[in-house]
Design a protein around this ligand. Structure first.
Ligand code: ATP
Ligand code: MG
Length: 239
């Protein structure tokens, strides 16, 4: 479904991604881990068209997508939630979600009904007419997901959705992601909460300093000596 071939990205003299290659198959939940600054968010930005790789190729559903602008990539069925949840605070919850639906239709009534359906799917239907600024952290997270779902993705990239959530809220979110997956959504998830990731993902990729250093089952990757050294600092080898 998604294929990266020797993708590199540098900002000025700083090499942020170095020859990263991997594939994601339809129906997978793939985790992406790595220490702060490893290049995880940059990788997602390249995939969804917010930035272009310097070298290498990215294909989605059999089409080359590197170099396409983000709205074109999104129209092909590839969406991303951002690490910092951004809401339009003066607007209602529905209107915030509706922004995503405008990619699919210019008809506002149709967009509104897509938005309502997405909010219902995420258990946020009851808050549809509230101001988005009145939402708590978990509901903002739901809204971020709803906005992405409104673009009708086949593959959703999720960048650190769990940051700042307590254990109960993390469980609620994992359940939501599992439900979306069971409804046919393929997921790639950046997450520092390794425990959560292990419970969710079938496969994990580990980045360190812009290089893919390990790939495999959550158990295997979390025991990989290079991952333990780079990411877990040696202290959490049994995580
Ligand atoms: N637009 C940019 N211009 C210059 N440097 C950048 C830019 N975006 C990211 N970087 C640098 O690239 C490196 C990787 O950043 P990135 O945000 O991809 O890391 P990350 O793995 O997502 O980290 P975190 O876990 O903290 O979110 C960092 O050194 C960062 O400072
Ligand atoms: Mg990041």
């Amino acid at each position: 479904m998604l294929q990266l071939t020797r993708v590199s990205k540098h900002f000025g003299g700083l090499a942020v991604l170095r020859e990263v290659s991997f594939t994601i198959e339809r129906g997978e939940i793939v985790g992406l881990i790595g220490p702060n600054g490893a290049g995880k968010s940059t990788l997602f930005n390249l995939i969804c068209g917010l930035a272009r790789p310097n070298t290498g190729a990215i294909s989605f559903a059999g089409r080359r997508i590197d170099g396409l602008p983000a709205h074109r990539v999104c129209a092909l069925g590839l969406a991303k939630t951002s690490q910092l949840v951004r809401i339009f605070p003066g607007m209602s919850v529905t209107d915030n979600a509706l922004v995503g639906a405008l990619l699919r239709t210019r008809n506002i009534r149709q967009a509104r009904s897509i938005a309502m359906a997405a909010l219902e799917r995420l258990g946020l239907g009851h808050a549809a007419y509230l101001s988005a600024s009145d939402l708590g952290l978990v509901d903002r997270m739901r809204l971020e997901l709803a906005r992405a779902l409104c673009t009708e993705p086949a593959l959703l990239l999720v960048d650190e959705l769990l940051a700042g959530l307590g254990p109960a809220e993390v469980n609620v979110t994992l359940e939501l992601l599992r439900r979306l997956h069971s409804q046919g959504l393929t997921l790639a998830i950046i997450e520092h909460n390794l425990g959560a990731l292990m419970r969710l993902c079938g496969r994990v990729l580990a980045l360190d300093a812009g290089r893919l250093i390990a790939e495999g089952s959550p158990e295997a990757v979390s025991r990989d000596p290079r991952v333990v050294e780079s990411y877990l600092g040696g202290a959490a080898g049994d995580a």
